[in-house]
Write a protein of this length. Sequence first.
Length: 241
Amino acid sequence: MHNNQTPAYLFVGSDQQVEHATITLLQQKFCLHNQCTTCIICSQIQEKQHHAVLWLKPEKRYTLEDIAIIFEKTMLGLDPSDSFFFIITKADLLTSACANRLLKLIEEPPHGYHFIFLTERQAQILPTIASRCVQKNFSPTRAAQEVPALIAYFMRFNSDPVAFTQEVSKCTLTEEQCMMYVDDLLTYWIAAHKKAINLNNDQDKNATLHMVTILKEALEHPPCPGSAKLFWKNLFLKKEQ
């Protein structure tokens, strides 16, 4: 991989999927034996101990202090044949301040430096970051999976509350699955809001913005263990307000 070709990637998928994809890419880059997976280099990459790879993981949301090490590292020049990779896990937790601080570096990184942003929540990635990355999606589309019927109640307005209550009573989603579907719904409503703006439809602009707002709030407050049904009931009440 040459620095002027692909300095930044955005990998979208489950934590396990994007981590595996990252490790595979790094082994392909650094292994002297065609990604053997068993040599010292491949083992170091697998264990996240390779000297030319830095994994970043925030405690909550990223702070400027969390990313300061990136700027410290990139002040060091690399030899023409060397590479260094920054792996930004949970990239959806980057604040606007952190993203803005990184933009120039992502656009024009010093020779040999590369970035890989990892996320499960594509809709939560700041556009300024996504637009500067080569994106790879490792998750199967939810359209190819069985989508719970209750999700359809959040893709339209004026739903029947009685029917919804009956449907939510059947909910068996885990907390992680709830967040995946909320992320999908957010992507759906963001697209609907953009369409309403393009059509200059004030009524639809307000309605779709309402959905975008409550779904973003839902992503900030995931359900506690065992509270998935209550989570969807509360979200439905906010939708209908």
